[in-house]
Design a protein around this ligand. Structure first.
Ligand code: 6MZ
Length: 374
């Protein structure tokens, strides 16, 4: 390697490390899309040995790196075969939090679709209990799941502030997803479950699933019910160019939106005037064709317009990315400086669904980190 090449390699490495060290807020991560490949392979092997699936076929699908949007949803059906029993749900929830914490994510909203599965004796409630069990089993990191932990536990708070602390700390909150395949009544059950579990770290509702499936009118009663109950809502918007639905979603005025890929000029202006914070998923959008390339991603337009936004992974396992990598991609694609990246990470803390106590604590985290990182 010549000196110039060495210098470039060193600066890439330094930037990557800096993006890992940056405290980050993750607002759009699907539990079953964030499972490690190694875990999926292990689970597939077990089911292969039992003759439930053909391991070699599944292995190739898991290891494939480029995925179209329709392929993603086929894959989720496969992932759900692999992960949907209580012990596995607990395991993946634990691992996903550990992985985000390893990336210095200090606040994580995980979204997941509560599932009824009679064959496994699973109800939406028992699925969520299994998720929460996993969060409590996380090792090597202090997981702050309930607000009351923070009001009373000063020691934990100081750990989050101290970049050199031996044990990291991460705030974890849960969003319950309504899958677009669900009926109105099933969607309503999910909203009622969110209400029932609001003291256990569940703080919001998400609408997701295959964007070419289902009708807005089916979920609207449940979303309206959530709104009436005061539960914050985030909606996947414009993953495909469904004009009628994009309009309806903007009119519904949720607290946050995910993706916003296929908006036309009028919808785009409306989004900007409404100032609804957007969860930006760069790698996911490029891989699934929602954005033509990283360079042409709509992040640039929203960022330049000072629109509220946060960088997110969507499905870190499925798309082989991490939140640190998403920040790195923004730095290298759009030329943001370290202080601009820091500001972006810090601003995301304003859009969390958690209460003001948590927001205040996150402010402190960033204040502390600024001294170390800038
Ligand atoms: C829409 C998505 C998604 O809920 O089983 N999901 N929905 N667009 C996306 N972009 C690629 N990525 C994930 O996690 C998997 C579920 O999250 C939703 C789908 O409904 C998928 O089945 P959980 O934990």
């Amino acid at each position: 390697m010549d000196t110039e090449t060495e210098r470039k390699a060193a600066s890439i490495e330094e930037m990557r490390e800096w993006c890992v060290a940056l405290p980050k807020v993750e607002l759009h991560a699907h539990l079953n899309g964030s499972v490690r490949n190694s875990t999926l392979l292990e689970l597939a092997k077990q089911l292969g040995d039992k003759g439930v699936i053909v391991f070699e076929d599944v292995k190739d699908v898991i290891m494939k790196s480029d995925r179209s949007l329709p392929e993603c949803f086929k894959l989720f059906d496969l992932f759900h075969i692999l992960t949907t029993d209580h012990d596995t749900v607990t395991r993946v929830a634990k691992e996903v939090v550990e992985d985000f914490a390893a990336e210095n994510v200090v606040y994580l909203e995980i979204r997941t679709t509560p599932k009824n599965n009679e064959a496994k004796g699973m109800t939406k409630r028992s699925y969520m209990d299994a998720v929460i069990k996993g969060l409590k089993e996380v090792e090597g990191v202090d997981v702050a799941l309930f607000d009351s932990n923070f009001r009373t536990n000063e020691t934990l708070n100081s750990k989050l502030l101290d970049g050199d602390a031996k044990k990291k700390k991460i705030y974890v909150r849960l969003l319950l997803s309504i899958d677009r395949r669900e009926t109105t009544s099933a969607a309503m059950d999910t909203v009622n479950l969110a209400m029932e579990m609001k003291d256990q770290g569940v703080i919001g509702i998400d609408l997701s699933g295959n964007p070419v499936v289902g009708e807005w009118e089916t979920y609207l009663p449940a979303l309206q019910h959530a709104k009436n109950l005061g539960i914050p809502i985030t909606i996947h918007c414009g993953e495909v160019a469904n004009r009628k639905e994009i309009q309806a979603v903007l009119d519904f005025f949720p607290q946050r939106l995910g993706h916003v890929c296929c908006l036309n000029d009028v919808e785009w202006e409306k989004l900007k005037s409404l100032m609804i914070p957007v969860e930006i998923c760069l790698t996911s959008n490029v891989m699934t064709g929602g954005a033509p390339s990283l360079e042409l991603h709509h992040f640039a337009d929203l960022y330049n317009a000072k629109h509220p936004l946060s960088l997110c992974t969507d499905d870190s396992g499925l798309f082989s990315t991490s939140l640190s990598n998403e920040y790195y991609l923004v730095a290298t694609t759009f030329g943001l400086s370290k202080s601009e990246l820091f500001q972006l990470a810090q601003d995301a803390a304003q859009f969390v669904f958690a209460d003001d106590v948590v927001k205040k604590s996150l402010k402190e985290v960033f204040k502390h980190a600024e001294k170390r990182l800038l």
